[in-house]
Design a binder for this molecule. Structure first.
Ligand code: ASP
Ligand code: MG
Length: 465
């Protein structure tokens, strides 16, 4: 069987490469990336490149916007943020030209990335990369600004949500029928745990789409969830690798259903600090109460994750419901639920909802900003806690191994970590714990399930911001 890198020597291959912000931190890195792109082209491949904004540009733009307007209009926010990717893509195109190859950069809109109109969190609805294809046919290397598109009706530019360049790359790869979509970042691939937390985390050679989806869904930051969903739907093989090394990285492909039972293993541990816990106390234990709460949360477009309803107390037949949601949405959820609790049961509450990306940006930039105290003291019925963290174990091997949950809980017990909530899927166990216990718990689980390797994992760059 040919090795993966030999296979990619096939002259007709079309490769999409995506470079993250930490691979493009400065002019020197941009030149390195350009060299890498030209090398791929010289091997005879057609190359389409998607670049994220340089370094922490997007965060810096968000900070800047908040300084001039605490609630920036969503449309203008997208005008601002999309500039980051235009800058990096144009610079990489220039660097490629300086190496004697021909390059042309495109905005998302020019590349035919069509999206819904929702600013700050648009979804790709179609990709019509006619101009990109033409430039490829002329022998050019194409650069497409990641994380952005255009809405056909409003004709305005949109952004795809944080980390959206991964999705741009996969969507282009699907539309252009590319052979592989390479995602370059500051680590060599997908690891059994965040190498910044677990030093002997091991790099995986391959991982199935389902397992990668679960990992991305529970906080692994290596790939954006939507990009993996897209890759799975269109069957685009993704390769996660580093722009700082020649390591072949991790290939994300195939279904876990095709893994023989005896080869199915536990894949990794993921950590997530981005959620908050909300508890609604004293809800009447009658049909319709949970529905009322979650409908309201859903109408506010807040994604919930873990849910728990307590056994109701015998004396007053009341119960408590706890759930987690993104920290950035938590204060909005609390405000809304407090209002909901005041409204008589048979009335349809009209709850004011603000949902500009600026709100989300603001909230996410002020983690733990005192919201918990005010929420808890002013309205005892709704409690809010943003000092929680989630740790999850993922792997297709779970299906055929009884006792994983018991081992999981024992590992946390031995590390002195208290479990607040548990949720599971066919191939995942997640628990909510104190955020201060997160690293300890991650190491304990990684150790207990013997996921580590013999080598130190390398983290080449990035602020992890
Ligand atoms: N620059 C955007 C962000 O930082 C998109 C991306 O990096 O993929 O979220
Ligand atoms: Mg970025």
């Amino acid at each position: 069987m040919p090795r993966a890198d030999e296979e990619r020597q096939n002259p007709v291959a079309l490769i999409v490469q995506k470079y993250g912000g930490s691979s493009l931190e400065n002019a020197e890195r941009i030149r390195r990336v350009a060299e890498r792109i030209v090398e791929t082209k010289k091997k005879g491949h057609d190359v389409v490149v998607v670049c994220s904004a340089m370094g922490d540009t997007t965060d810096e733009f968000l900070d800047l916007a908040a300084q001039v307007n605490p609630v920036p209009p969503a449309r203008e926010m997208d005008m601002l943020l999309t500039a980051g990717e235009r800058i990096s893509n144009a610079l990489v195109a220039m660097a490629i030209e300086s190496l004697g190859a021909h390059a042309q950069s495109f905005t998302g809109s020019q590349a035919g990335v069509l999206t819904t109109e929702r600013h700050g969190n648009a979804r790709i609805v179609d990709v019509t990369p006619g101009r990109v294809q033409e430039a490829l046919d002329e022998g050019k290397i194409c650069l497409v600004a990641g994380f952005q598109g255009v809405n056909r009706e409003t004709k305005d530019v949109t952004t795809l949500g944080r980390g959206g360049s991964d999705t741009t790359a996969v969507a282009l790869a699907a539309a252009l029928n590319a052979d592989e979509c390479e995602i370059y970042s500051d680590v060599d691939g997908v690891y059994t745990a965040d190498p910044r937390i677990v030093h002997n985390a091991r790099k995986l050679d391959t991982i199935s789409f389902e397992e990668m989806l679960e990992l991305a869904a529970v906080g692994s930051k290596i790939l954006v969830l939507r990009s993996v969903e897209y890759a799975r739907a269109f069957n685009v093989p993704m390769r996660v690798r580093s722009s700082y090394s020649t390591d072949p990285g991790t290939l994300v492909t195939g279904s876990m259903e095709d893994i023989p039972v005896e080869e199915a293993v536990l894949t990794g541990v993921a950590t997530d600090k981005s959620e908050a816990k909300i508890t609604v106390l004293g809800i009447p234990d009658t049909p319709g109460e949970a529905a009322r709460i979650f409908r309201a949360v859903s109408d506010a477009e807040i994604n919930i994750d873990m849910v728990l309803q307590n056994v109701s107390s015998l004396s007053d037949n009341k119960t408590d419901i706890t759930f987690t949601c993104p920290r950035a949405d938590a204060s909005r959820a609390v405000e809304m639920l407090k209002k909901l609790c005041e409204v008589p049961r048979d009335e349809n509450p009209t709850v004011p909802v603000s949902d500009t990306p600026a709100d989300a940006a603001k909230a996410s930039m002020q983690p733990g900003s005192g919201a918990s105290e005010s929420a808890a003291t002013a309205q005892p019925r709704v409690l809010f806690d943003d000092h929680v963290g989630k740790v999850s174990l993922v792997g297709a091997g779970m299906k055929s191994h009884p006792g994983v949950t018991a081992d999981f809980c024992e590992a946390l017990r031995d590390a002195g970590v208290n479990i607040e909530l548990i949720s599971t899927s066919e191939i995942r166990i997640s628990v909510l714990i104190r955020d201060s216990d997160l690293e300890k718990a991650t190491r304990a689980l990684h150790e207990r399930f013997a996921l580590g390797g013999d080598e130190e994992a390398v983290v080449y760059a990035g602020t992890g911001r």
